[in-house]
Design a protein around this ligand. Structure first.
Ligand code: UD1
Length: 449
């Protein structure tokens, strides 16, 4: 297999995002757009080089978090796409194979498109331009073609009236044989309407050298460039549509696909049913045969086979649910393990807890895991019965088979098989109710005078 290097251009200022954050850190499917591009390139087996702008330390950090081996270079002055590529010289000067140039703000480029570029290069093309036909081509570079080859790319600002009528546009994604890139990159000038060093001029130079410049066409939805919030929303919609299809193709039922939102890494098993209005944040794995009812918000969680979740469940920050767990309405779980067959049917907060198997957590159970300074653990064994409306004040542990009486505030460990009562004993004062009522009526009458 030919070696592949991807140079990802991320030095744009992104002013149209109107954001304090660099544009390539805005997220689609919960992942920064630049990381999407790295992910696609890596999936094609490519080495990664990223060109970032000055002061974009957060972008550098995001890149290395996602791909520790990425070669990062900085473009100190934004002088155009060819100038940006030149900043990655250390990565491409000895690159033995092909070099792809990708934009960090074009997150949805597919593995199939990258594979098609590589195929053409392997098949003898010296350069491959990825073209597309947008609804409105204004602003894009146009592909000038002859006999199925690209002869030049004309930027919109520099194009004639006739050239502006061409619908086939440059997506920005270009593949080079390494030697072709090295032969043309330093010959690119900046005498154009913007006074920038355009990477697109590489086409005319290569074609002039007698090189073969091919183009392939990809779908416009795959090539959406996220440079304002409207495009960001478009990219999100496309990503979600793709992910919903993927999940359904893998054997899950989505009752109302358009209202279920996934993250880039959501894993859903077979015969899972997801009701409307469910949102998956990053880090969720759902095993087979799970039912997730309406209005659940789930992130950083694993859900075991056959579990029944919702409606109105919130799972966050390190929840691990075993097989056949049942969580009902208004249950929140954070950083907790819940064993097989355990149930929490209603109105609970379970945080920093480890709960065994076949345990029943009564309605209104709260693990009091935070004293205002520290977080502590609640340990609950197997076959435990926590009566309704219990406060379990951590650190505390409740042994296998124990019972806690409803309304208890449990502050001490409960041994296995014990019954814990942590509430005032009930006292019945016979005949007292009418006296109380008479007293209240007298008070009201006195006020009325
Ligand atoms: C570019 C293409 C155009 C294509 C369009 C598709 C050129 C000259 N033009 O135009 O043919 O139709 O993309 O969206 O390449 N960047 C840098 N450093 C720079 C300049 C740009 O890193 O100095 C990065 C930006 O972050 C961005 C990408 O390169 O990711 C594209 O730059 P931009 O200036 O937006 O190019 P367009 O004018 O859109």
């Amino acid at each position: 297999m030919t070696e592949l290097l991807s140079i990802i251009l991320a030095a744009g200022e992104g002013t149209r995002m109107r954001s304090a954050m660099p544009k390539v850190l805005h997220r689609v499917g919960g992942l920064p757009v630049v990381s999407h591009v790295i992910r696609s390139a890596k999936a094609a087996g490519s080495r990664i080089a990223v060109v970032v702008g000055p002061g974009h330390e957060e972008v550098e950090a995001a890149v290395t978090r996602f791909e520790a081996d990425a070669q990062i270079s900085r473009q100190m002055e934004r002088l155009g796409t060819a100038h940006a590529v030149q900043q990655a010289r250390a990565a491409y000067e000895d690159a033995p194979g092909h070099v792809l140039v990708l934009y960090a703000d074009t997150p949805l480029v597919t593995g199939a498109t990258i594979a098609a570029i590589v195929d053409r290069l392997d098949g003898g093309a010296d350069m491959v331009v990825v073209g597309f036909t947008p609804d409105n081509p204004t602003g894009y570079g146009r592909l000038l073609t002859k006999n199925g080859r690209v002869t030049a790319i004309r930027e919109h600002k520099d194009a004639s009236e006739d050239e502006r009528r061409i619908g086939l546009c440059n997506s920005g994604i270009i593949g080079f044989r390494g030697e072709t890139l090295r032969a043309v990159i330093d010959r690119i000038g900046n005498s154009n309407a913007k006074g920038e060093y355009y990477l697109t001029d590489a086409v005319e130079l290569a074609a002039g050298d007698g090189k073969r410049v091919d183009f392939i066409e990809a779908d416009a939805s795959e090539l959406v460039g996220v440079d304002n919030r409207i495009k960001l929303a478009e990219a999100e919609a496309t990503f979600q549509a793709f992910k919903r299809r993927e999940v359904m193709e893998a054997g899950a039922t989505l009752r109302d696909p358009g209202s279920v939102w996934f993250s880039w890494d959501t894993e859903i098993g077979r015969d899972v049913t997801i009701f409307p209005n469910v949102v998956f944040g990053p880090g969720v794995k759902v095993a087979d045969n799970v039912e997730i009812r309406a209005f659940c918000d789930i992130e950083d969680t694993t859900i075991g086979d056959g579990a029944r979740i919702g409606p109105f469940v919130r799972l966050r920050g390190g929840a691990e649910l075993g097989p056949d767990v049942h969580l009902g309405n208004f249950v929140e779980v954070k950083n907790s393990k819940i064993g097989a067959g355990t149930k929490a049917g209603h109105l609970s907060y379970l945080g920093d807890a480890e709960i065994g198997t076949e345990t029943n957590i009564g309605a209104g159970t709260i693990t009091c895991n935070y004293d205002g300074v520290n977080k502590d653990k609640t340990l609950i064994g197997d076959n435990v019965f926590i009566g309704s409306n219990a406060s379990l004040v951590a650190p505390v542990s409740i042994g296998d088979g124990a019972y806690t009486a409803s309304g208890s505030v449990i502050t001490q460990d409960v041994p296995a098989d014990a019954l814990a009562l942590g509430r005032a004993r009930q006292e019945n004062k016979l005949g007292y109710a009418p006296r109380l009522k008479a007293r209240a009526l007298a008070k009201k009458a006195a006020k009325g005078k």
